[in-house]
Write a protein that binds this ligand. Structure first.
Ligand SMILES: N[C@@H](CCC(=O)N[C@@H](CS)C(=O)NCC(=O)O)C(=O)O
Length: 223
């Protein structure tokens, strides 16, 4: 049997989530090893001493240690839904927006989600920064272009949605009345998707020396 790539992952990690989404849509089979971040397995640390997830170890021995690299690698193998070819803009444009998410927005997200870890942060200013960026996402969307780069969901939607989901989840009562109907619909559709459900199965923690679980699980795409 051909060796499969090994994916070290953590179910709720937004970076691991985006990597699993791309692997799943590409139909790239892997062996998934669910990691407990407080007790990282030696297999992960040997492959990638920095110890973050996701990590994908290819059968060649090449190690991909960044979620975006894993997404792009998977989509370069097979991209049946055109995630690398949005209807508006191009890959570089998408990477620029993802960079805003992973940089400034992630910083704001962490401060808003864990304010006690940032006692010196000005929370009003942090929330204002989040509101400005989320408002800019809203402005990208329209009834005939419901996705961040046009008519169909692409790399940027799938890379950014896990972080917007985390932000929305900080305070659902605050999120619901915000004046972002298209962004709210965009998030709700992604959250209800079969694709997301297919990458969110609860798994037991992987133990060094044992086999992981096959990923992606077989699934029916209904839209
Ligand atoms: N830039 C990395 C970030 C990955 C990352 O920070 N993952 C977090 C979990 S969400 C992690 O593994 N943190 C290490 C830890 O908590 O010990 C990527 O895109 O893959």
């Amino acid at each position: 049997m051909t060796a499969l790539p090994v994916l070290y992952s953590f179910r709720r990690c937004p970076y691991a989530m985006r990597a699993r989404l791309a692997l799943a849509v590409s139909g790239q089979m892997c062996e998934l090893r669910e990691v407990v971040l407080k007790n990282k397995p030696q297999g992960l640390l040997r492959a990638s001493p920095k110890g973050t997830v996701p990590v994908l170890v290819l059968p060649s021995g090449q190690v991909l240690e960044q979620s975006l690299d894993i997404m792009q690698w998977a989509l370069e193998q097979h991209d049946p839904e055109g995630w690398l070819t949005p209807s508006h803009g191009n890959l570089q444009d998408m990477l620029a927006l993802i960079g805003e998410c992973d940089g400034p927005f992630k910083q704001v997200l962490d401060r808003c989600k864990y304010p006690s870890r940032y006692p010196d942060a000005d929370m009003n200013a942090e929330r204002a920064r989040a509101v400005a960026w989320l408002g800019a996402l809203e402005a990208r969307l329209s009834s005939d272009q419901p996705c961040l780069f046009g008519t169909h969901a692409a790399l940027a939607d799938m890379a950014i949605a896990p972080f917007v989901r985390q932000f929305a989840g900080i305070d659902a009562d605050w999120w619901a009345p915000q004046p972002w109907p298209r962004l709210q619909a965009w998030l709700a559709e992604w959250q209800a998707s079969d694709l997301l459900a297919s990458v969110m199965h609860k798994l037991p923690a992987w133990v060094d020396g044992t086999a992981g679980v096959p990923f992606p699980p077989t699934m029916e795409r209904t839209g």
